[in-house]
Ligand binder design. Structure first.
Ligand SMILES: [Zn+2]
Length: 179
């Protein structure tokens, strides 16, 4: 059994680790822990001509007003609104570039017009989960995609399943591995 002094030290060290936390969940924990759809899930009716889900979905489970958070220190390098050409599919959406890992995270279907471009801190709220654009299942959810490097919307014109696998990665597993 650890002494109470040891317990106190352990407790304090976990507090200091939390202060240095570099990565955050993109949705509240209870929505993040059990995604409503996984990366590369195969469904030829739901997922367009290549039949595979390009991101991870976190369901809103009928709730409105669920906050979305920036997953790490980075920069909003791209934003677009729901009534734009891409927004018709992705709704209100933003891409955050995370230089420490040279990867980008695309948040889609947000309820409101996306925040402006610029630097953003880990854990900061970037919007509210919504159902804008053309969302599979037609329910409030966050569709989160991971892209290698600095995101450019032209990267999203996928040519094949292999192309999807080359350009994107499992953002959900990646974030879990860093929490
Ligand atoms: Zn999705």
């Amino acid at each position: 059994m650890p002494s109470s002094a040891t317990e106190k030290i352990l407790k304090n060290s976990s507090i200091s680790r939390n202060k240095e936390k570099k990565w955050y969940v993109p949705t509240p924990e209870n929505h993040f822990t059990v995604p409503s759809q996984y990366y590369l899930k195969e469904d030829w009716e739901l997922y367009g001509k290549f039949g595979h889900h390009t991101g991870t979905d976190y369901g809103g489970r009928g709730k409105i007003g669920i906050p979305l958070f920036c997953c790490a220190d980075g920069e909003i390098i791209y934003r677009n609104v729901a009534n734009s050409a891409w927004g018709k599919f992705l709704g209100n959406h933003i891409a955050i570039y995370i230089p420490s890992v040279d990867k980008s995270f695309l948040y889609c279907h947000m309820a409101d017009e996306p925040p402006q471009l610029g630097l953003i801190k880990a854990g900061k709220q970037i919007g509210i989960m919504g159902n804008t654009g053309k969302s599979a299942g037609n329910a409030i959810h966050l569709h989160l995609e991971g892209f290698h490097g600095r995101f450019n919307i032209t990267q999203r014109s996928f040519r094949s399943i292999d192309d999807i696998k080359i350009k994107t990665f499992d953002a959900h597993q990646f974030i879990i591995s860093r929490l």
